[in-house]
Design a protein around this ligand. Structure first.
Ligand code: C5J
Length: 225
C-alpha cells in the first residue's frame, strides 16, 4: 500500500502516530516450545493457553501488515548447537532438571534448528521476512537488529509476541533507549501469568509512556487505510 500519510492509533497514554514506511511489525519469540501443547513451556507446568490466545490477533495483524507491504521482523530466542553463545549463568538459572541444550519434548531446548525452537506454523515467516536469532531476552542484544532497522530507516516498532514481562518488555526497553518508539497491542502479547501480563503492560505506558504506548490490535486495524 502506497500511503505515506501518518496514521493515528488510539492508544495509552495518548495516541500513537506512525508513518508506515518507517514502522516495522516486530514479532517476538512466537516459538513452538513456548506456545504449543507438549512443548517445553507446558512441560515446566505453564498454562500455554495464556500464550495461545495471542495467536489469532497476531495472525490478523500480520496478514494486514503483509498485505500493506510493510516491514515484518520475527525473532526467536535460542542458541548455537554447541551452546558457545549461552552464558553459563543462563544455563543453570532456575536449577531445573532440564536445562537449555538438553533434550526436551520437541528436540534440544532453545537450540537453533530444533523443532521446538521454530516459529509456530500460524505465524510462520515468509522467505523475505528477516528472522533475528537472539541469545538473550532483548532482541537488540548480540544481534544485527539495530543495523537492519537503521538501513531500512525504521524509527517506530509495533511489538507483539511472548512473553510480555520478559522478552517483549526487555526488547521494548532496549528499543526505547535506542530512540525507537514502540507500540504494544495488549491482545497480541502474552504471559503465562495474568498478573505479569497486567503489570508488564502497565509498566510500558506508565508515567506518560515511559517505555512506549499500549493499545489493542482492533484499534490498529481500524486505523489502517
Ligand atoms: C521469552 C522467556 N521469549 N520467557 N522467553 O519471553 O524466557
Amino acid at each position: 500500500m502506497s500511503t505515506t500519510r501518518p496514521i493515528q492509533i488510539e492508544a495509552e497514554p495518548y495516541s500513537f502516530e506512525f508513518s508506515p514506511h518507517t514502522c516495522a511489525l516486530l514479532i517476538i519469540d512466537m516459538q513452538r516450545d513456548f506456545l504449543e501443547p507438549g512443548g517445553f513451556g507446558e512441560m515446566l507446568g505453564n498454562d500455554v493457553s495464556q500464550l495461545r490466545r495471542t495467536i489469532e490477533p497476531n495472525r490478523r495483524l500480520l496478514s494486514v501488515w503483509r498485505r500493506c507491504g510493510w516491514m515484518v521482523i520475527h525473532t526467536r530466542e535460542g542458541h548455537r548447537p554447541d551452546l558457545s553463545d549461552l552464558a553459563p549463568s543462563k544455563r543453570v538459572r532456575g536449577r531445573s532438571m532440564t536445562c537449555i541444550g538438553d533434550t526436551g519434548p520437541m528436540g534440544r531446548i532453545l537450540v537453533r534448528g530444533e523443532a521446538g525452537h521454530d516459529i509456530i506454523p500460524e505465524l510462520y515467516p515468509f522467505p523475505d521476512e528477516p528472522v533475528i536469532d537472539k541469545p538473550g531476552k532483548g532482541a537488540f542484544y548480540a544481534t544485527d537488529l539495530g543495523s537492519l532497522l537503521h538501513h531500512r530507516g525504521i524509527r517506530q516498532l509495533i511489538v507483539t509476541g511472548v512473553t510480555t514481562e520478559v522478552c517483549v518488555n526487555t526488547t521494548v526497553r532496549e528499543a526505547n533507549d535506542r530512540g525507537y518508539e514502540c507500540l504494544v497491542p495488549e491482545d497480541c502479547v502474552g504471559s503465562y501469568f495474568p498478573e505479569f501480563q497486567a503489570a508488564g503492560l502497565r509498566m510500558i505506558k506508565a508515567q506518560g509512556g515511559i517505555f512506549g504506548w499500549v493499545t489493542h490490535s482492533d484499534k490498529i486495524l481500524a486505523a489502517l487505510p
